[in-house]
Design a protein around this ligand. Sequence first.
Ligand SMILES: C[S@@+](CC[C@H](N)C(=O)[O-])C[C@H]1O[C@@H](n2cnc3c(N)ncnc32)[C@H](O)[C@@H]1O
Length: 472
Amino acid sequence: MGNIDLLLKNEFENLPLDFWDFKESTTRDLTHGLHYYPATMVYPISQNILKIVNKHVDIKTLMDPFMGSGTVLVEGMLDNVSQIYGTDLNPLAVLMSKVKTTILSEEQLSIIEEFKKKLKSIEEKSNQVADDFDNYIKNDLNLDITAKTGWGDSADKYINDYFKNKNRKFNYQSFSNLGFWFTPRVIILLQTIKNQIKQVTDLNAQNFTLLAFSETVRIVSNTRNGEFKLFRMKAEKVASFMPNVFAEFYKILDRNVAKMQDFIKACSQTKSKVTISFDDTRKLETVPDNSVDLVITSPPYGDSRTTVAYGQFSRLSLQWLDLDYTTQQEVSNIDKNLLGGKPYTHKEQWSFLQSQTLVATLEKIAEKDMFRADDVFSFYVDLDKCLYSITKKMTKNSYQFWVVGNRTVKLEKLLTDKIIEEMSVKYGLKHLFSFNRKIINKVMPSVNSPTNEVGARVKTMTAETVVVLKKE
Ligand SMILES: C[S@@+](CC[C@H](N)C(=O)[O-])C[C@H]1O[C@@H](n2cnc3c(N)ncnc32)[C@H](O)[C@@H]1O
């Protein structure tokens, strides 16, 4: 181990045992708090890694290849790292990270203020239109707005008929089951706000308001509060659900403007260049080879279907946003495209990832359920591809900090930290050390039913491990 490696190892290993727990930390300061996202990394993790590594090595380029909501990138900017790369295959993560890392000018903040004034000036009239339409659907047509068919699957037909009969044009974003997820009033009001946002010509100001809109979509939809997966509220709750769409939007927009103002101050010395791409980490085509000094990242814990469903969390927002770098079809398939989303069925190749720990665990899972074992394997095949492509982007003597959670499948613990350590050897990576942290603040399901038996709940994750690798 070289001198710097030893210094780093000593420094990290001599920290107090609870150093990484961050019990009291908020996760929502500055632009970190602009939008919710599942399983975010609490920012003091990357903040402290950057602080410590920077004492010993001059970090010019930082990358988070699973950037999610952009936590690491924001911390990179606060640390004034010259070049920062972030990639993700969830288009909502791309928008979020872009907005969180774009320092707005005074002029752009004024544009947002003007936009808000304009919106306020049409609020009363828009509420009237929404109420009239609501009345038409519920009373004139006598439709059950909680039904899966009728309003649930044909809302677009009713909206078109209504405005055609009134000789009015109403541009709106339709997608399948629109009415199942949104009440008549809410659709009209959301679309009114979105149409105004589209008239904001400054792209950064427009993206900033779009992100506040995205958070609003989630809150005013018929989804159950506090869940990342797409479950609808009970019918009786949908029937009486009357969110104040404009008020919710202003609340989020004002909160976000205040957070952006704090961020602008905190970044007064920042000269970072941030490059954000919608890219697959198995390929990483948007990042130049041999260019990155430091990676700080937290990959998914497993496939979206059985762990955190990033695609489901983002779907309604993305269907409304209709971003130009993704299609409605891609939006419906996000979870299938993320790591482990596609099944892989070649047992004889379990050993080709060169991780004994993985093979041993897969064999135990296979004794109980062969299908689940293959499922798990497909995730690690993908993770291995990421290790390869990430390492290709790294400079000689660069460091990778992987923040991973060890989950349980069929009551067998998958030691992802150990598996990464073993898989990385074939790519010329050296494992320097690992350290643990207790999960205290992380917003994610702490229990699920890995045996798929109704009512069986097993704790899946209480700690994370940070694995430190070096490209030599
Ligand atoms: C644990 S989250 C990262 C959270 C992030 N550290 C934060 O603080 O918000 C993992 C991310 O990996 C992304 N992801 C999964 N598979 C991917 C792939 N093949 N390419 C790029 N990103 C992927 C997911 O969309 C998700 O945003």
